[in-house]
Design a protein around this ligand. Structure first.
Ligand code: CU
Length: 181
């Protein structure tokens, strides 16, 4: 087409010129799309699998107890196979000698009242009876007002367990169910 334009008359040339321009304008945008795709493909696939797995592996439990001699929860639920990270916060102000708190987890088959009676005598080990060590699933240390303690243990077999504070006189008001699903 371009070769023939020069040899034609001005009018014909103009006509062909516009035709040619029209043709070129239509084809001109074509190269642009070829560049854009090369910039985008790096971004997709971000790995999202790690966070849910970490959450499922550790059950973080927080129990609060103050000078009113109560746990703020009466039921704790974890899943079989989880690691349990249990934190006990003493939100009160009283000394642990008069208002000490702990968390002791025992099998549901055990009688809480009888266990507490044995525990009260364990004055040398902050009311954790050595004679029942095999039965105790887990326990924190005894803490006083303003203190906090955290223990980690593997969740026992699925089932229902009990938790209580073994400080003398506390078990009746401070107990609950520890469920492993
Ligand atoms: Cu207590």
């Amino acid at each position: 087409m371009k070769h023939s334009i020069k040899s034609l008359s001005a009018v014909a040339a103009m006509a062909l010129f516009f035709t040619a321009c029209g043709g070129e304008e239509k084809t001109a945008p074509a190269p642009a799309p070829m560049e854009t795709p090369s910039e985008t493909p790096a971004e997709p696939a971000a790995p999202v699998t790690e966070t849910p797995a970490a959450d499922a592996a550790v059950a973080e439990i927080v129990l609060n107890a103050g000078d009113d001699m109560k746990f703020d929860k009466t039921e704790i639920k974890v899943k079989s196979g989880q690691k349990v990270k249990l934190t006990l916060n003493h939100t009160g102000k009283m000394d642990k000698k008069v208002m000490g708190h702990n968390v002791v987890i025992i099998p549901s088959a055990m009688d809480v009242a009888m266990f507490a009676q044995v525990a009260i005598k364990a004055t040398d080990s902050e009311y954790i009876p050595a004679s029942e060590a095999k039965q105790i699933i887990a326990h924190t240390k005894l803490i006083g007002g303003g203190e906090s303690t955290t223990i980690e243990f593997d969740a026992p077999a699925a089932g229902a367990y009990k938790f209580l504070c073994t400080f003398p006189g506390h078990w009746a008001a401070m107990q609950g169910t520890f469920v492993v699903e």
